[in-house]
Design a protein around this ligand. Structure first.
Ligand code: AMP
Length: 434
């Protein structure tokens, strides 16, 4: 299957060729013809599958096909709602790249950026808005933008918008849209709340399932290191340093933890930068740029900040803290092995986190391979005292560890603090590798 056979126009085929894409990805193959035909689509596709192009290309084509050149100012005809600023910036860049041979105007409406500039641009008129829900609502309240002419709505990473508590905002925005429109809903996972949203927002949708739901990317090699919490930092520095890894995305649980680990890695001689929601937009952009351009080797990020990051050929993802919500495991490791390249996803799991690993493996319906020889005294990842029952989170319908009491998982072999000269005091580094 080629892009040309999907029914895309020459302007778009040229832009695709400029990107260096030769063949459509599975989600593009399935979704593009449906969207071009005007159908509503519910797509279960995670980041890294090429989903952005799968909705952007046909959206551009449909808008370009019936543009009124005399309409001045331009009216907003397509709205793409996304959960985070970073994703909004990336989708905006994609719309610019794929639409470079068309004369459609796109504006990013993102929290953290200047309201004044956005207001001026909105008043000047545009065809497409890529927005995070909160900032869009601010502009609607200020009457800077009207959504009365929307022909196409895209809800991208809808499950994450749900997780981040944006559903009331999304619904508020949807209430302002014309009833007759084309709606596309993309979500990595499809919990019940997303099914309910789809039932109310979409009209007779076609369901497109790409990667099997709750499956992780096939070309990602996953590994679990059972390790005492106190050795995680040392093992992390060792893995990065001894293997000379140049692009590593490290996930931590808290913003504070991200800042702390950034400092510790720098102390260990590893160029690192933290990315989390407490940083200003400028600092977040800078962190991302440093990482993308190779100025730093490690990006230490929290889940929300890392959501939707598209970094080409990211080879290593490390869960320094095991994700608290099992679905986040899939999102996290979806950062690697994108669009066909291969990746390694490592989870450093201490005994206290063993039960979270069990929940992740239940979701995946398989065991993640264990590394037998971690170079440290082995720890048991058997859950001694599992949580009785994880009540599903009322809003997301997902099991959410944050609302349950932590069980006291014990190591059967207690990890001893290493004594000087102890052979287990650090990983068995090969000579000359550190
Ligand atoms: P996404 O799932 O939209 O985040 O896209 C993941 C990555 O795949 C991005 O870096 C895209 O530039 C890239 N990509 C999208 N479509 C294709 C394609 N047909 N061939 C190769 N790479 C692609």
């Amino acid at each position: 299957m080629t892009f040309a056979k999907l029914g895309l126009t020459d302007e778009l085929l040229k832009a695709i060729a400029d990107q260096g894409y030769t063949l459509p990805t599975p989600v593009q193959e399935k979704a593009i013809p449906l969207i071009l035909a005007g159908r509503d689509v519910l797509a279960g596709a995670q980041t890294g599958t090429g989903k952005t192009a799968s909705f952007t290309l046909p959206l551009l084509q449909r808008l370009a096909a019936n543009t009124d050149p005399h309409q001045n100012p331009r009216r907003v005809r397509a709205l793409i709602l996304v959960p985070t600023r970073e994703l909004a910036a990336q989708v905006y860049e994609s719309v610019l790249a794929y639409g470079k041979y068309l004369s459609l105007q796109v504006e990013p409406i993102i929290g953290g950026a200047s309201v004044g500039i956005q207001t001026r641009q909105l008043r000047r008129g545009c065809d497409i808005i890529v927005a995070t829900p909160g900032r869009l609502i601010d502009h609607i309240k200020q009457r800077n933008v009207s959504l009365a002419n929307i022909e196409m709505l895209v809800l991208d990473e809808a499950d994450r918008m749900l997780d981040m508590g944006f559903m009331p905002d999304v619904k508020q925005v949807m209430a302002l849209l014309p009833k007759v429109r084309q709606t596309l809903l993309f979500s990595a996972t499809v919990p019940n709340a997303i099914k309910a949203l789809a039932a109310s927002a979409l009209n007779n949708p076609v369901e497109v399932e790409v990667a099997k739901q709750n499956a992780t990317a096939e070309n990602v090699s996953e590994q679990v290191y059972g390790i005492g919490r106190e050795y995680k930092r040392e093992l992390l520095s060792y893995l990065i340093g001894s293997n000379n890894w140049k692009q590593v995305l490290v996930f931590v649980r808290t913003k504070h933890g991200a800042d702390r680990l950034e400092k510790q890695l720098i102390e260990d001689g590893i160029r690192s930068v933290a990315l989390h929601g407490d940083k200003t937009q400028g600092a977040r952009n800078k962190a991302l740029e440093y990482f993308k351009t190779g100025k730093v080797s490690v990006l230490v990020a929290t889940d929300i900040a890392a959501r939707g990051l598209d970094i080409e050929d990211l080879p290593h993802v490390i869960n320094y803290d095991v994700p608290q919500v099992p679905e986040d495991y899939i999102h996290r490791i979806g950062r690697t092995g994108r669009a066909g390249s291969s990746g390694v996803a490592i989870s450093l799991v201490c005994p206290e986190e063993a039960w979270q690993l069990v929940e992740i493996e239940k979701l995946l319906k398989r065991q993640i391979p264990r590394i037998e020889d971690t170079g440290y005294e082995p720890v048991s990842l058997k859950v001694i005292d599992a949580p009785k029952k994880n009540a599903p989170n009322k809003t997301t319908g997902k099991k959410d560890f944050r609302h349950t009491k932590k069980p006291a998982a014990k190591a059967t072999t207690r990890t001893q603090k290493p004594k000087p000269g102890d052979k287990n005091s650090r990983p068995k580094a090969k000579k000359g590798t550190r």
